[in-house]
Design a protein around this ligand. Structure first.
Ligand code: HEM
Ligand SMILES: *[C@@H]1O[C@H](CO)[C@@H](O)[C@H](O)[C@H]1NC(C)=O
Ligand SMILES: *[C@@H]1O[C@H](CO)[C@@H](O)[C@H](O)[C@H]1NC(C)=O
Length: 368
């Protein structure tokens, strides 16, 4: 029943269609479109099925199986590097998943409304280009760049200049979820690597851990992602860690001595406060899901219901809004509904692409 209801919501995208139509009309007159069309023609090998058309995208057509002929080993190469990296460091799964998210959510150009998953997050600072790695949400926080380098180096030796860095990020995100015990899904490919980055856009477009539910909903909605997608994707916080500076706002009820908000778990907050006061706060980190930190499961939602969400933006989903609360309750009660919605939302998020010329980078850290 619930799944059915959500399906109906998902199909109800008339406004988005209208918006897409507007964007397409805007772009028909721009040379960029023909460039991008040219690019997809060169790369097309005709083996894939057309993409599902989720998300906001234009100019780039994502599809399944694009590399089946051009680089048949691509998927297995990515998987084996991710598997090895996560065996050595279980947190690496979280870090790779987050890289894809931070890639897709930043639109680099004010002229082209959306660029999305374009591997801009991987670019180092070079002469004439400031990367996104030093933007506040990313600085001393993003990890996993070396794993992507290893995958890219391996792919370049097997099938040079074929698999984009943005596609590597999308496949590595999926594989990270799989090796952590989560669901698997087919990753659409065909993304191109951008030739720009924007530290400014990375600073302003990524959600803050202090965001309220309406802010989160609006940030996701601008990218074509629904409230359900937002709550499902937040479930990525079933993996990985956060620094004390990311959740200081959670400790406020203790510091101000004010009565706890509905849903606050004082014992939990006190343990966080202890952690963050006894160690150097700039380096202190703790698990986003304390109960099963390295397993991709629905425990994150169970934690939210007992007031043990780590980030303010996590806990908010369970206490600030009856709509998001209901989704949290559904996922906490039934992991399979969470997995289904998470897969769909990841495909949608991975489909935020398009808008400008690009390339298949030889080195993910620098434009060719
Ligand atoms: C809903 C809005 C979101 C906010 C406000 C948010 C914010 C944050 C923050 C502040 C951290 C900790 C950073 C640090 O302290 O170094 C974090 C970590 C993380 N985020 Fe999110 N995030 C959001 C959505 C997502 C999504 C959509 C995904 C992926 C599907 C995701 C995956 C992760 C993962 C896996 C980590 C742990 C990374 C690691 O341990 O290396 N987040 N997030
Ligand atoms: C398309 O690619 C060809 C070479 O493959 C090039 O000569 C042509 O200028 C390109 N067209 C556009 C619009 O960029
Ligand atoms: C969140 O709010 C707290 C104050 O409540 C502040 O100290 C912290 O810097 C804020 N974090 C971010 C990422 O904006």
């Amino acid at each position: 029943m619930l799944i059915l209801k959500k399906k109906v919501e998902r199909d109800h995208i008339t406004m988005k269609n209208l918006f897409n139509l507007f964007l397409i009309m805007l772009l028909v007159s721009m040379p960029i479109l023909s460039l991008a069309a040219n690019f997809s023609e060169t790369c097309e090998d005709g083996s894939g099925e057309p993409g599902s058309g989720f998300g906001i995208g234009f100019g780039i057509v994502l599809e399944f199986g694009l590399y089946r002929n051009s680089c048949p080993e691509a998927e297995s190469i990515v998987y084996s590097w991710v598997e090895t990296a996560v065996l050595q460091d279980p947190r690496m799964a979280a870090s790779l998943l987050r890289l894809h998210f931070h890639d897709c959510f930043v639109n680099e150009s004010p002229l082209i409304l959306y660029f999305g998953c374009d591997a801009s997050v991987l670019l180092d600072d070079t002469e004439g280009l400031v990367g996104e790695k030093t933007a506040p949400p990313n600085l001393n926080s993003l990890r996993g760049f070396q794993v992507i380098d290893s995958i890219k180096a391996d792919l370049e030796s097997v099938c040079p200049e074929t698999v984009s860095c943005a596609d590597i990020l999308a496949m590595a995100a999926r594989d990270s979820v799989v090796v952590s015990g989560g669901p698997s899904w087919d990753v659409e490919v065909g993304r191109i690597d951008g030739r720009t980055a924007s530290k400014q856009a990375a600073t302003t477009s990524l959600p803050s851990p202090n965001s309220t539910v309406p802010t989160l909903v609006s940030i996701f909605q601008k990218l074509g992602l629904s409230q359900t997608d937002m709550v499902a994707l937040s479930g990525g916080h079933t993996l990985g860690k956060a620094k004390c500076t990311s959740f200081t706002a959670r400790l406020q009820p203790l510091q101000t001595g004010q009565p706890a908000n509905h849903g606050d778990n004082l014992e939990f907050l006190e343990s966080l406060q202890q952690l963050c006061s006894t160690v150097d706060t700039s380096v202190a980190i703790t698990q986003l899901d304390l109960v099963t930190p390295s397993t991709f499961d629905n425990q994150y939602y169970v934690n939210l219901l007992s007031g043990e969400g780590l980030l303010p933006s996590d806990q908010a989903l369970a206490v600030q809004d009856p709509g998001t609360r209901e989704i949290v309750e559904t996922y906490a009660a039934d992991q399979s509904v969470f997995f289904e919605d998470f897969k769909n939302a990841m495909v949608k998020m991975g489909g935020i692409t398009g808008g400008s010329e690009g390339e298949v980078r030889k080195n993910c850290r620098a434009i060719n």
